[in-house]
Design a protein. Structure first.
Length: 188
C-alpha cells in the first residue's frame, strides 16, 4: 500500500482479497496502516541487529545492511504512511530501539575509519528516504525501481565514506525526524 489516501477498496483489490476479509483482520484503515508500518519497523530492527552481529568488515556490514533495507523497500512505505495514523507505544519503543541500533552501527563503522567522521545516525533515515523516493515513471516495473534504488544507494554510500569534503549544513535532529510521525491534522 503505497498511498495512505487510497480507498480501502483499492487496498483490498491490490492485496487480492475482498473488503470484508480486510476488515475482518483490520477494524479500520488506520489499523491497517499502523500494522504495515509496524511490520516495516520490525524488519528494520531485525536487519540492524543482524548487521551488528556480523563480524565481517564493519564497512561491508554497514553497506550490506543499507542494501538489505533498500531491497526490502521499508522506507518507501513507512515514510509515505508517516503521520496518517496514531502510532502505538510499542512503535515508539521500537523507534527508540532503531535509533540505538543506528547509533551502534554508525559508531562501529566510524571506529573502523571507513565512515565519515561528520556522519550522524540521524543521517541514515534521510539517506534511506532519498533512495526510497526513486520511482521511475513506469508503474509496475518493480525490478527497474529496485535496480535504480541500489544504484543511487551506491552513490550515497560513496558520499558516506571517509575522505570527502566536510558535509554542509547540520544533520537532522531527532525532534525533526520524530515530527513526521505526528498525526496530520492534530495540533501538536
Amino acid at each position: 500500500m503505497a498511498d495512505a489516501d487510497a480507498p480501502i477498496s483499492a487496498v483490498a483489490s491490490r492485496a487480492g482479497v475482498g473488503i470484508s476479509a480486510l476488515y475482518r483482520r483490520y477494524p479500520s484503515k488506520e489499523d491497517l496502516l499502523r500494522q504495515l508500518c509496524a511490520d516495516g519497523l520490525h524488519l528494520y530492527l531485525e536487519e540492524a541487529e543482524a548487521a551488528l552481529t556480523d563480524v565481517s568488515d564493519p564497512w561491508d556490514s554497514f553497506a550490506a545492511f543499507l542494501r538489505r533495507i533498500v531491497a526490502a523497500d521499508v522506507h518507501s512505505l513507512t515514510v509515505r504512511l508517516a503521520g496518517t495514523f496514531t502510532p502505538t507505544e510499542e512503535m515508539f519503543a521500537d523507534s527508540v530501539r532503531s535509533g540505538e541500533l543506528n547509533e551502534q552501527l554508525v559508531a562501529r563503522t566510524k571506529a573502523s575509519g571507513e565512515l565519515r567522521a561528520d556522519v550522524r545516525m540521524e543521517d541514515l533515515p534521510l539517506v534511506l528516504e532519498m533512495v526510497a523516493a526513486i520511482r521511475p515513471g513506469v508503474f509496475g516495473d518493480d525490478e527497474r525501481t529496485a535496480e535504480l534504488r541500489q544504484r543511487y544507494l551506491s552513490v550515497c554510500l560513496d558520499g558516506l565514506r571517509s575522505g570527502g569534503q566536510p558535509l554542509s549544513g547540520a544533520p537532522p535532529t531527532a525532534a525533526e525526524l520524530a515530527r513526521r510521525w505526528v498525526r496530520r491534522g492534530i495540533p501538536g
